[in-house]
Design a protein around this ligand. Structure first.
Ligand code: PGA
Length: 246
């Protein structure tokens, strides 16, 4: 399966910084063997859409409204994202779940809106450190994926899934390749139970993935790419992860 390396810029960047970063990423794409995307803040979609036009770098967003349209001040709809050539949209990132109280049901609706607009949702699941220490990792990620399957069952094979242990995000602590593979395998089994096309769902790992640990993580049988935060802000780091993803 073709791997996907997606950068999550989070709330970082400026017109100037973005232009330099994208230019550096696009300097030589001829050796890329995987799909590559950058998920940018919504105000920069137009800028980055123009920069990546006609290139092999795909455009992504970091969130989408659970509503279709109307009186939802500050929200951005899936059809608006589509207007700007958005191909992927992260939904249910742990920072949204934690700081914006997004429930499993809300995240599932967001994925549904994205799918309806022809955008591939990158659905994030993952346990906190307290949950892992309590032996609840599998239970937590299964519950999060079950909500997704419940709402989007008929097109569950159209999503990208991302396992992001909360304790590994931005902390420099990475799940070991074995720890990550174990959870990815559980998620794969759950997808297989829900869809006969489950084997084409890409399951990304995210959480302090960088140039030096990417190789071992991406070598695992059920790790089909990465969702990269900090290392996506530096062109050389991001490109070396892309080069590792074969
Ligand atoms: P990180 O972030 O690579 O900085 O840990 C990953 C993410 O939150 O998607």
């Amino acid at each position: 399966m073709k791997k996907l390396i997606a950068g999550n810029w989070k709330m970082n960047g400026s017109l100037e910084v973005n232009a330099a970063l994208v230019q550096a990423l696009l300097a030589d794409t001829s050796a890329w063997t995987c799909d590559v995307a950058v998920c940018v803040p919504p105000v920069y979609l137009a800028q980055v859409q123009a920069l990546v036009q006609g290139s092999r770098l795909d455009l992504g967003a970091q969130d989408v409204s659970a509503h279709q349209e109307g009186a939802f001040t500050g929200e951005v709809s899936a059809s608006m994202l589509k207007d700007f050539g958005v191909r992927y949209c992260i939904v249910g990132h742990s920072e949204r779940r934690q700081y914006h109280q997004e429930s499993d049901a809300t995240v599932a609706l967001k994925a549904q809106r994205a799918l309806a607009a022809g955008i591939t949702p990158i659905v994030c699941v993952g346990e906190t450190l307290a949950q892992r220490d309590a032996g609840l990792t599998e239970e937590v990620v299964k519950r999060q994926l079950a909500a997704m399957v419940h709402t989007n069952g008929h097109c569950i094979s159209e999503i990208v899934l991302a396992y992001e242990p909360v304790w590994a995000i931005g902390t420099g602590k990475t799940a070991s390749p074995q720890q990550a593979q174990q959870v990815h395998h559980v998620l794969r089994r759950q997808l297989q139970a829900a869809s006969q096309h489950a084997d084409r769902v890409r399951i990304l790992y995210g959480g302090s993935m960088n140039a030096s640990n990417a190789g071992a993580l991406l070598a695992q049988p059920d790790i089909d790419g990465g969702l990269i935060g900090g290392a996506a802000l530096k062109a050389l780091d991001f490109l070396s992860i892309v080069a590792t993803a074969r």
